[in-house]
Design a protein around this ligand. Structure first.
Ligand SMILES: Cc1ncc(COP(=O)(O)O)c(C=O)c1O
Length: 440
């Protein structure tokens, strides 16, 4: 295949991730360029990006500052060893991230994805207790319907059945909180009233295993990939209190909620609950170059800074941790967010977005609508005996009509770039209305 060819002539070699490969290859959907709020397809159509790529292009596409930073960096220095060597941009990016993050997060460990950030945070949590002489704390607690990437630690603490059931016995010593999706909260606007008590399940789990055996609890402050589940009012506060009471670390997986999705820099700011470790990725580089990070408090970081100074303190890291090109992309991305006030923009548009989202309530087959900031979910009644088919058809129909949405099970999830304009919001919900009204 010629490199400039817009259509490959053989689709068989590429095994696509999290995709219906056979369906796709019969009728491929190809993007060939992107600018601002729109993708261009291989057949020349514009498609409105209702999902910020995969919840990651928060500043929209082809942003000049980021493009230029990457181009410049690749010419200046392509790669520098990540272990025992440094380069200025990775230190600068860590500083900027520290400045953007809530107050207690003074230290940053770089990775290349959300999944790697999750593994890193779980390992830091275990090693922290051990470094403090509390090595009996080995248990990890996740939550039903949680998504923490696809590596073994992440699927062990995660709670999405299809992501777990094919892959053996996973990590031992893991338990799960119940999810927070209650029927009485259906169609609620914003944080639901009911369900704070579900955090008390942590007390039950702690009593069952002995709180002194639990290293950490990991949750998404707002669960994204499972279909946008909002934390009930008071829930995260309660989790924080119970963790503090028992000396358990609280990890927020902010891979989706980080970088403005809810109208604040992080979910921790938005819900005003501070975890001990914070996991991020996606919006860190606007999706341009893979990069993730774990933010740690000084208390955690400093616990490792002991022993002879020539010794490595944490036996963990990746060849591409803090890669120069990713660091350049990250710096330009954070600057773009700040210069354009994009987090505030998300907050300002949240009301308009919510009205558009809930305006679909009268469409057929809808059993719930929920959202917050610039995120939203429309849950469809599954077709009996054919789960996921209805929402997948909505995805295909929206694509044909020029809007990119995402589906998970029978839930449509929306998370547009934060540069979205009101007329794009109208276009997106207009397309969805058309599609949902005709959907079988
Ligand atoms: C909360 C959360 N954690 C982790 C991940 C995994 O990130 P990645 O796909 O970059 O490994 C995701 C991806 O959607 C996520 O939403």
């Amino acid at each position: 295949m010629a490199l400039d060819q817009k259509q490959p002539n053989d689709l068989s070699a590429f095994w696509m991730p999290f995709s219906a490969n056979r369906q796709f290859k019969k009728n491929p959907r190809m993007f060939v360029s992107a600018d601002g709020m729109f993708y261009k397809t291989s057949d020349g159509r514009d498609v409105l990006d209702g999902t910020a790529g995969l919840w990651c292009c928060n500043a929209g596409h082809k942003r000049p500052k980021i493009v230029e930073a990457v181009q410049k960096q690749v010419e200046e220095m392509d790669y520098a060893p990540a272990f025992q060597m440094g380069h200025p941009k990775v230190f600068e990016l860590a500083n900027r991230l520290r400045d953007m993050a809530p107050e207690p997060f003074n230290h940053v460990f770089f990775t290349n994805s959300g999944s790697e950030s999750v593994e890193t945070a779980l390992k830091i949590a275990l090693a922290y207790h051990r470094a403090k002489g509390d090595g009996a704390r080995t248990r990890l607690i996740g939550r039903e319907r949680g998504y923490h990437g696809v590596n073994f630690g992440g699927i062990s603490v995660g709670g999405i059945v299809n992501n777990r059931k094919m892959f053996g016995s996973l990590l031992t010593g893991v338990d799960h909180l119940p999810h927070t999706h209650l029927p009485e909260n259906a169609f609620f606007k914003g944080q639901p009233d009911h369900g704070a008590h579900l955090a008390d399940e942590l007390e039950r789990i702690a009593a069952l295993h002995g709180p002194e055996t639990i290293a950490a609890v990991i949750v998404e402050p707002m669960a994204g990939s499972t279909g946008v589940l909002l934390p009930p009012k008071g829930y995260l506060q309660r989790l924080r209190e119970i963790c503090t009471k028992h000396g358990i670390l609280l990890i927020f997986d902010e891979v989706i909620t980080g970088f403005g999705r809810l109208g604040s820099a992080f979910g921790a700011d938005h819900f005003d609950v501070m975890p001990d470790l914070m996991v991020c990725a996606k919006g860190l580089t606007n999706g341009v170059i893979p990069m993730g990070a774990v933010l740690a408090t000084s208390e955690i970081h400093d616990a490792f800074m002991q022993g002879p100074e020539h010794m490595i303190e944490l036996f963990h890291g990746y060849t591409y941790s803090g890669n120069p090109i990713a660091s350049a992309a990250g710096l330009a991305t954070l600057e773009t967010y700040v210069e354009e006030g994009l987090f505030q923009r998300a907050a300002d548009l949240a009301g308009y977005w919510e009205d558009g989202l809930h305006s679909l309530r009268d469409c057929p087959n809808i059993i719930d609508i929920r959202g917050m900031g610039l995120i939203g979910a429309i849950e469809l009644e599954p077709i009996a005996g054919e789960p996921t088919r209805r929402a997948f058809q909505a995805f295909l129909d929206c694509y044909d009509k020029g809007s990119l949405i995402r589906t998970t099970g029978d839930i449509i999830a929306l998370s547009p770039p934060l540069i979205i304009e009101k007329d794009h919001i109208d276009q997106l919900f207009g397309t969805l209305r058309d599609v949902l009204q005709k959907l079988q």
